[in-house]
Every structure is written in structure tokens, then in C-alpha cells.
Design a protein around this ligand. Structure first.
Ligand code: SER
Length: 317
């Protein structure tokens, strides 16, 4: 992994992953791919090249891959779960037609490809506790449908053409840099913004609803380490369960109150997000990732809360 294209470089994951790769990968180029309307700014813009990289335009992707001799593509373009329910055809277009464009470019140019899957790839029939690596995946959301198909299509390109596709199933991601857009787990980010600003938080998810969550530094390290893993050890590829913490809204609120005692939360349930949340695992079993490429999480809920609150105080106050 030397010359890297990050598609979706201004999004929640991409904005931080692009900077991490630029800091950590020696002697290569990390291209920030974006779509018009979400141009890179600040350090993301000044620290390396950027290019318009719309996944729906395969010819443009091929041009960028040739121009920078790209060997690895991080494909982070996606509509998240709640917004994908509002725009299912657009979600399909970006997540599926976009993916096949990327995989074709990768096949023709021998690139490795990382396209994340998600807790959203599971459904109501999946065992919710210690969700196994290999289990039933019958989601009923468009986001979930595209994520299962992403796993299958990525594996297909590996088995049929030898394209080096690998990925993880991300939990809900918590970060203080770029807000997520339209996911079911977004509440676990928004709650910190409200708490630090001294505002009451209106929680859209019912008490008692557990979901896997992860602090962004762990997620970024996973995205890098899976692509650097020894391929001989990988029995799975698309995509590995990874986990670090699972909580329900009451537990998160109680944790925040330890550091911001005046914090208040009330509930106004969003039925769309609630139904999605209930179809997802309570907590995933990540033992395959641990065994096959040495995955481990560094941040639990307490460490996440401490870091989030400190960073958001710097950013917002
Ligand atoms: N965070 C995503 C969502 O809530 C799940 O991967 O849609």
C-alpha cells in the first residue's frame, strides 16, 4: 500500500483516514477523492492532491488510478442507513453501481480495494448476541441490502479475478472531527455535541436498544491494518466483524453525566431509526478478526467519553 485513492475523503471516515494515511504511509501519494459540493478544505486540501472521484463515473476513476499509479482504493462512498431508506435508488446507485465500477478499475489496474461493510448487513433473524462472523444476513433496509451485496461482490472479485478485496464490518462510529450524515447510530455522536454545548439531548433511540459502537481511532487503525495483514492468514475477507463496545442510550447518558453532571436527555423516538436499530446486533463476536489479523480495540466507553468531551470542548467552546 503506497499510492492510495480515498473515495469519499471529506466524509465522516474519509476526512480522518486520508490524513492518517498521509501521516503514516511513507513515500507514496494519498489522493483525496471527493464529489462536487463536498470539496476538501484546510489541511485535507493542502496536505496532498485531491481529485473529483464520483464512483458512478468509472472512466474518471480509471484516469485517477493511472495518473497516480494507485495500488489501493479505500471506497468510502455511501448513503447511511436512515437516509438510504429515504433515497433507496440513489443508495443502490452509489453503493452497487459505484462498487462494480471500482472493482472493474481495480481488476484492470491490480489495485487492492477496501469497501466497508457494517452492523447494518445483519437483520432481524441474525443472532443478536455475540453475532458470529459467519451467520444469517437477511437485512430489510436498502443500506443493509447493499452492504451484504458489497461483501458478496467483493469476495466474488477476489475468488474470480484475484482482486485483493478486504474489509471490516464497522459498528456505529463516534468521532469529533466530521459528523456522520443520516445513520441510525448518529445519536451516539450528537449526544456528545449537545452535552458539551450544555443543551438537552433529544434521543431518537429507545432505552434498552443496544448497538455496537467504536471510537474513530480504533476504526481507522482497523481500516489500515486489515489492508496490511498477511494474506496467508486471512480465511475471511469481506468482511470481518470488529467490536469494541456496545451500549444503550441510558448507559451512554450515564457515562456522559459522570463528566458533565448537568447533562439532561429526553426521548423522542424516531420510528424509522428505531426499527433499523432493533434489527441490528446487540454486540458482534470479533474473534475471527483477532485471530486472522491481530485486531484489538484500544478505546472502551470511558476512554471514548473522556477523549470526545475534551476534543469537543476545544472545538466548540
Ligand atoms: N453507522 C451506520 C448507520 O447508522 C451503520 O454502519 O447507518
Amino acid at each position: 500500500m503506497k499510492n492510495i485513492l480515498v473515495i469519499g475523503s471529506t466524509g465522516q471516515i474519509g476526512s480522518e483516514l486520508t490524513m492518517k494515511l498521509r501521516r503514516e504511509i511513507d513515500g507514496g501519494t494519498v489522493v483525496a477523492g471527493y464529489i462536487p459540493g463536498s470539496e476538501p478544505k484546510g489541511e485535507l486540501l493542502s496536505s496532498g492532491p485531491s481529485e473529483i472521484a464520483d464512483v458512478r463515473d468509472g472512466a474518471a476513476l480509471a484516469h485517477i488510478v493511472g495518473k497516480y499509479k494507485i495500488d489501493t482504493i479505500y471506497n468510502l462512498a455511501a448513503l447511511l442507513s436512515a437516509v438510504a431508506e429515504k433515497k433507496p435508488l440513489m443508495a443502490w446507485d452509489i453503493q452497487m453501481n459505484g462498487l462494480i465500477n471500482i472493482l472493474e478499475v481495480a481488476r484492470e489496474n491490480t489495485c487492492a480495494v477496501f469497501t466497508p461493510s457494517s452492523i447494518g448487513s445483519f437483520g432481524l433473524d441474525t443472532p443478536h448476541k455475540n453475532t458470529p462472523q459467519d451467520t444469517l444476513q437477511r437485512p430489510r433496509t436498502m443500506y443493509g441490502v447493499t452492504k451484504v451485496a458489497t461483501e458478496l461482490l467483493s469476495d466474488y472479485y477476489f475468488f474470480k479475478y484475484g482482486v485483493d478485496t478486504r474489509a471490516v464490518r464497522f459498528p456505529g462510529l463516534i468521532s469529533h472531527v466530521t459528523l456522520p450524515g443520516g445513520g441510525t447510530t448518529d445519536y451516539a455522536v450528537e449526544i456528545f455535541y449537545a452535552a458539551v454545548k450544555g443543551e438537552e439531548f433529544v434521543c431518537p433511540i429507545k432505552p434498552g436498544t443496544y448497538m455496537d459502537m467504536m471510537y474513530m481511532p480504533d476504526a481507522l487503525r482497523a481500516a489500515v491494518e486489515i489492508m496490511q495483514a498477511d494474506p496467508q492468514r486471512l480465511r475471511h475477507r469481506n468482511a470481518f466483524n470488529i467490536a469494541s463496545m456496545s451500549f444503550e442510550p441510558e448507559q451512554l447518558a450515564a457515562k456522559i453525566k459522570e463528566y458533565i453532571p448537568t447533562f439532561k436527555m429526553r426521548y423522542e423516538i424516531d420510528p424509522v431509526r428505531q426499527a433499523i436499530a432493533e434489527s441490528w446486533p446487540d454486540n458482534m463476536d470479533d474473534s475471527c478478526a483477532r485471530e486472522e489479523w491481530g485486531w484489538y480495540p484500544a478505546y472502551d466507553l470511558d476512554a471514548t467519553a473522556v477523549d470526545m468531551i475534551a476534543a469537543l470542548r476545544q472545538k466548540l467552546l
